[in-house]
Design a protein around this ligand. Structure first.
Ligand code: R5P
Length: 293
């Protein structure tokens, strides 16, 4: 029989038990597991995240910069808050000793040779649990040929995730012929939020982006999009944060840069340090120069 401890006496009667409001927009009413996973993605100190997006191969094959994820990407992971990838790359290349939260690409189907909006849910929630992921990601094609099905796919993933406390990130995918303006993204992000997405990846718009973040009831992160000059990418990240985004989910503007590690540091300075683009660019350049010596 183990020895019994004395009963405690420090009850602090009259002192109200501490309870905190959850810091992420629109997430207060979520369950503990859901919040805890989101808290691993979005840094609790500032509510922001840098997701390193490397899932492009799921529809376009070995994208430039992602040919050898083991060589080019793994060294960047320590500088990101979150890694976003497919389960194939996770299992075959990413070491399981990694402690970074994983956001897993859970939709797929068509390649770049076909109609991209024809995506399906491409992963069971059971496998998400097996892999210990912190969120799933699924494409939603508002205005696309298979708009309705992609929206319903998202709601099915949300329902499956709710059973186990796994949040869903909706990705607003833009068709080739669609205009990437605030009006479109207000529509797309709002539909995703209304139908249950826990956070949303969308694109930055030079005009009225603050209306996109203001009208969406859950956090928004921006995708980087096609490779642009480093200074422009840092400016876009800076503006998006200052216009209400909760972070970036950035791929090509990091891994296609001539200094991916320099960009990781510079993006960190912008997202978590609110550093101005010019200073962040200087940081990128100094790290690039140092690495080249
Ligand atoms: C693209 O379909 C993927 O969802 C990417 O994760 C996303 O577009 C972010 O990557 P990038 O910054 O390269 O646009």
């Amino acid at each position: 029989m183990p020895e019994m401890d004395k009963e405690g006496k420090e009850y602090h009667v009259g002192v109200k038990q501490k309870s905190e409001l959850f810091y992420l927009k629109g997430s207060t009413e979520l369950d503990w597991g859901m919040k805890n996973r989101l808290a691993r993605i979005f840094n609790p100190k500032d509510g922001k995240t840098i997701m390193l997006a490397i899932d492009h191969g799921y529809f376009q094959g070995p994208t430039s910069g992602l040919e050898r994820i083991d060589i080019n990407i793994l060294p960047l992971v320590p500088h990101a808050d979150t890694l976003m990838c497919t389960r194939g790359i996770l299992r075959s290349i990413v070491p399981p000793s990694i402690t970074k939260p994983i956001v897993i690409r859970a939709s797929g189907g068509p390649s770049i040779l076909k109609e991209l909006s024809d995506e399906q849910i491409a992963m069971d929630m059971e496998d998400c649990i097996r892999l210990g992921v912190c969120a799933t990601a699924i494409q939603v094609f508002i205005g696309g040929e298979f708009e309705s099905r992609s929206v319903i796919n998202m709601t099915k993933l949300v329902d499956a995730g709710l059973k186990y406390g796994i949040p869903t990130m909706a990705v607003t995918a833009v068709g080739r012929d669609m205009e990437r303006n605030a009006k479109y993204f207000r529509l797309a992000t709002r539909i995703c939020a209304e139908l249950g997405a826990h956070y949303i990846k969308t694109y930055y718009t030079k005009e009225d982006f603050e209306t996109v973040t203001a009208s969406c009831s859950v956090p928004i992160v921006i995708a980087g999009g096609k490779k642009i000059p480093e200074m422009d990418a840092l400016t876009m990240a800076y503006r998006s944060i200052n216009e209400g985004a909760a972070g970036v989910d950035m791929g090509r503007n990091i891994f296609q840069s001539d200094s991916p590690i320099g960009m990781m540091h510079a993006i960190n300075a912008v997202v978590h340090g609110n550093e101005k683009p010019k200073q962040a660019f200087e940081l990128y350049r100094s790290i690039k120069d140092k690495m080249q010596k």
